[in-house]
Each structure stands twice: as structure tokens, then as C-alpha cells.
Design a protein. Sequence first.
Length: 255
Amino acid sequence: MNLTHVRKYQRFLRKTQGIFYKNPLLSLGLALPLVVIPSYGLTGTTAISAVMLVCFVPTVFIASLLRKKVSQPWRAVLYPLISCLLLIPSRMVVKNVSPLIFDSLGVYFSLICVNSLLIYTVEKVQLQKPSQALGFALRQWLGATMVAFVCGAIRELSATGSLWGFPVLQNTPHIPTAQMALGGFLLLGFFAAFCRLIHRLILYFTMKAGENAAGHGDEEDGDEVVGVKVLTIAEGRLLTGGCINSPRVERDAMP
């Protein structure tokens, strides 16, 4: 089997860790309240994402600079405190999205400073260089933001038939439950299952393409019997624990 396509896909996943691979929301289940409740629409999602960029990413970068200088018990105190200090100037950023959004979602802005995603990322960057830690934090933020925006758009469109307050689907039945916490949890669960299905389909088709490429290569060699012998002996080694001269292997290898 030619695994070139599978290896390319695996390299792509490793480079996009935090976005398409080990997404903090879909795979790890971190900071779920930040997506389930505020992502009732695009307005709340944009505000939460902007504040997270201001508070979360710089805090992780500072954690990579300090590294082992701060012992593990004190990290859970120091870095949420730094994130809380960064929450103060982020209020000015959020006002450009909506003047009243900070008052209506105030508790969820505070959760950005003390949530499982921040603690998880801070611990992960302890052995990374500052540049690597910054990239990792940005990927974590981008992965969470992408999921939040998809969920926010679907929920707002399903509940009100509009996006960012502009009517899109006026004559379609609406589902008010979509903007409730129940709708957010259900949508996030189905979205995680859908992404897992897409991942498995990509793996299936890449492996299928590898098998076709390997079969095409054997045909070009002009000796199909040799190709069958090699494959059968390789399988026999696995079946017989590495015994090359197994009678079954020799019998199966006969043309």
C-alpha cells in the first residue's frame, strides 16, 4: 500500500494542531460554556472571540517567557490574574462590536480569564520556545473561534432567520430553542460528530488512493505474480510471527 497521501494528511494535521487536529472544543471539550452560551448569534461570538484574543493569547505568551520560573501551583493563580488585568482594556474593544454586550455577557467575559483552556495551554507551553508558544496559542484561539462562529451562525439563522441582525430566511420556520443552552449543546455535539465523520472519510479515501496507486505501480512493473507473492509473504510473516518458511505462506505464494 502506498501511504504517501496518508502521510501528507497526517503532516497537515500536525501543522494545524489546535485548529483541525485536537481542537480545544470538539476534541478536548475545553471551555464549552464560552461557546454554548455566548454563541447564540454572531454578535456575541465576535465579542467573546475578540476578548479571548486580547486576554488569552498574550497570557500564554507570557507563560512561555517565564516557563519554569513559576512553580506549578502558582501558575493557576498568576496567569488567570494576568488575564484578568488584560480584560480591563478589552472592554474598549468590545464596545465597538456592541455597546451593551459587555453588560449582557459580563460573566462569560470573566470566564475567559479562568477556564480550562487557559490552564491547559499554559501547561503545554512550559517546554516550548516563545515563538512556538505564540503560534500554539493562536492556533488554539483560531480553532475555538472557528467552531464558535459556525455554531453562532447556525443558531442565529435557525432561531431568527437572520445573520448579524440582517434578515436572510424570512419565510422559513424558526426554531427558538436553537438560541437556548440546550440548542447550543446539541448543535456542538452533532458538529463534533460530523467533523469526526469527515476525518474518517478523508482517511478512507486517502488509503483507497494509496491502494490504487500501489496496484497501478504493480501493473506497470509487468509482473503481477511477483507482486502477489511479495504481498502474500508479507502477510504471512504477520500471521506466523515472522516465520518466512511457513508451509501456508509458501502454498499461498504459489502462482
